[in-house]
Design a protein around this ligand. Structure first.
Ligand code: ATP
Length: 243
């Protein structure tokens, strides 16, 4: 059995006296599309920022792809990709130019660069749209373009903050195919949402986060069987929302 790509032990994050993440233990094996589900303010973004090495944990340990995020942050950054929600897009570049720019930042040049860019566009189903101006693409396509950018350096772990936010079911299906392709190629994908339908469409396993605590995690059917669909909806529903 391959080693878990994500190993989180006793993770805690405080902002001053506000406890945002509270004693989270989590293991995720390679090849999963894992959904972190929780209402607004549950601590999802905070967990992701810690995993992306952008925020130091207050307590606990996080190991990604076999490396500790605090003792080996550079190694961790080279094997992961972090996609914040609604990544900004340039209004003066075509999709292909946007990816070439970032491919060069990874040291790719000439034919090698172009081949990798084409491969990434293909992998997210955007090869036909390579000449489109980034900001003219639909929201779903922009999310897939952001994913193409995120996978340029062949990360083993993809961390995506609410990538399906605002997408219609068809755009979600396209995103799912793109993520599935990554997982089938051996990457592990973690994404967050506060809408259960999004997670159900996209993920193979889920974790339920509530007020910084992980209530349960595992294969989606198992977690839903334990908590029940209705209760899970209640757990993830944010005040004032009707999902
Ligand atoms: P959302 O779905 O709204 O993005 P979330 O589950 O990602 O929510 P976080 O953004 O991680 O939740 O926030 C967790 C808690 O930490 C919330 O109570 C939030 O108000 C608080 N928080 C987040 N960032 C900061 C910060 N920079 N300073 C102080 N408190 C913060």
């Amino acid at each position: 059995m391959p080693a878990d790509l994500v190993r989180i032990s006793g993770l805690g994050v405080d902002y001053g006296d506000r406890r945002a993440v509270d004693g989270v233990h989590l293991r995720i094996p390679p090849g999963e599309v894992f959904g972190l589900l929780g209402p607004n303010g549950a601590g999802k973004t905070t967990m992701f920022r810690v995993m992306a090495t952008l925020l130091p944990p207050t307590r606990g340990e996080v190991e990604l792809c076999g490396e500790n995020i605090q003792s080996k942050p550079r190694e961790v950054r080279s094997t992961i990709a972090y996609m914040p929600d609604l990544a900004p897009m340039p209004s003066d570049l075509r999709a292909v130019e946007y990816l070439r720019f970032y491919a060069e930042s990874y040291g790719l040049r000439g034919k090698e660069r172009d081949a990798r860019v084409t491969e990434c566009l293909e992998s997210v189903g955007l090869r036909e749209r390579s000449k489109d101006i980034c900001t003219k693409l639909s929201l779903g396509m922009r999310q897939r373009l952001a994913l193409a950018k995120a996978i340029l350096h062949r990360p083993r772990l993809l961390i995506l903050d609410e990538p399906a936010s605002g997408l219609d079911p068809m755009a979600r299906a396209d995103l799912k195919n793109a993520l599935r392709r990554q997982a089938d190629a051996g990457a592990t994908v973690i994404l967050s949402s506060h809408i259960m339908a999004e997670i159900q469409d996209l993920c193979t396993s889920i974790g339920l986060l509530q007020r910084g605590r992980l209530l349960d995690a595992g294969p989606i059917r198992k977690v839903l069987a334990k908590f029940g669909q209705a209760e899970t909806r209640v757990i993830v529903r944010s005040p004032g929302r009707r999902d």
